[in-house]
Design a protein around this ligand. Sequence first.
Ligand SMILES: Cc1cc2nc3c(=O)[nH]c(=O)nc-3n(C[C@H](O)[C@H](O)[C@H](O)COP(=O)(O)OP(=O)(O)OC[C@H]3O[C@@H](n4cnc5c(N)ncnc54)[C@H](O)[C@@H]3O)c2cc1C
Length: 468
Amino acid sequence: MTSSTTGTKRAASGRKTPRILILGGGYVGLYTAIRLRKQMGRREVAIVVVDPRSYMTYQPFLPEAAAGSIEPRHVVAPHRRELKGTTVINGRVTTIQHGERAVEVTPANGEPYWVRYDHLVLALGTVARTLPIPGLAEVGMGFKWVEEAFALRNQVLGLMDQASSTWDPETRKRMLTFTFVGGGFAGIEALGEIEDMARAATRDFDSIEPDDLRFVLVEATARILPELGDELGGYALEQLRKRGIEMKLSTFLNSCIDGHVVLSTGEEFDSDTIVWTAGVKANPVLQSSDLPLDKMGRVITDAHLRVIDENGEVVAGAWAAGDCAAVPDIAQGDGKFCAPTAQHAVRQSKHLGDNIVHFLSAEPTVEYVHANLGTVASLGLGKGVAQIFGIKLRGPVAWFMHRTYHLFAMPTLNRKVRIMLDWTTALLFRREPVALGGVTTPRAEFLAASGAAPSRENLPKPPAISGS
Ligand SMILES: Cc1cc2nc3c(=O)[nH]c(=O)nc-3n(C[C@H](O)[C@H](O)[C@H](O)COP(=O)(O)OP(=O)(O)OC[C@H]3O[C@@H](n4cnc5c(N)ncnc54)[C@H](O)[C@@H]3O)c2cc1C
């Protein structure tokens, strides 16, 4: 490891206490703030975190939250409880003027305002990378946030409720067809968990059989889970096919207007649920900044996690890590960049916190280097696939490793315990097959109750029973 030039004791801003402004309170934002606060008191440094959400989302557990194995509230860590001694601002960063050491924050309500700082930490993550496919913006849903995982679960179980009470076979078929686009980690884990949950839930329906459900995966390339290599990716593909999931590889979604899916193979079908998990891109707000970006829109950093310009010069006072940053992967060699994974994000953020402390204490900063430990993926309850330290695992062992690894990585003891209790109750009493889609329209019943009572005139009559 090499060390860099050192900083001065205090950032030169005229303020007594340097202010570190962290944009984004996800993995990197949360852990950087915690790390900084552990080492520096309020008099030494002021820490401000800006995020429209008031919690950090542990994304690797979203598929299990969608499947009902984990309570959705337990896959997030609330900022105000976890970030004691840190100011939390709930608002969206809309402009970054690093030259002026100021960012514009737009709150959910009220006028935008500017926040000044001495050091900036960019932890803005990614957003879904969508394509201009006709109908997608109107009917598609993403799978990156806990609200989406919760909504998907409600949608799948809600449509099963509705389909069980519908006579029209075409309507029923469309309701029970679930389409996932994108065969990377997020898509395959979401598909595997939801399919497993939905088929298990059919036990409680007397008019829906497991085979009535149709699950379709559309993937543009010829493989799934490329991070796991051909052998394990092939195993996952075979397992999902055996479960009756239609795995359409080398296939594009051409359009989905009003839920009418048209594929590049010419196949067409109707589907009320279309989940888009075909990749992510760097947070577009970075385009509204004066910071150097690479071709993919990520902030460029050196291995010390300091932002650098196109000539490799350090941009003073700017740091970045996680999915929104192009961080050199020294363990892999020259020209390689760290993959956008939680594994890197959590380690980079701790490293970043330490480097800022080093800088403010006029000590040398240290390069980030981490060799990939491996990859774990869940394909449903008791089903999984993993590669850890080069060892390939399949089935229940891989699934157990997935749960163990992510439980270990989940922030805070409080969350870990809650998740373990969720798993235990789901094991003992089965997962809850309850759809709570009404949470999105909480006033609907109240409005209906406030309306005029229906007229008793001209009440509709049932059709006459034939033969009577
Ligand atoms: C479904 C799913 C499953 C995954 N599974 C795995 C896995 O199994 N293993 C693994 O290693 N990785 C996994 N990942 C990837 C991992 O979650 C990410 O690499 C990690 O979350 C990146 O952390 P981050 O802090 O860079 O970004 P994020 O955690 O995405 O945080 C970004 C934060 O920025 C905030 N933000 C966005 N826009 C603004 C704005 N304009 N102003 C202020 N704040 C803003 C967001 O609200 C968010 O809190 C998965 C991702 C998904 C979506």
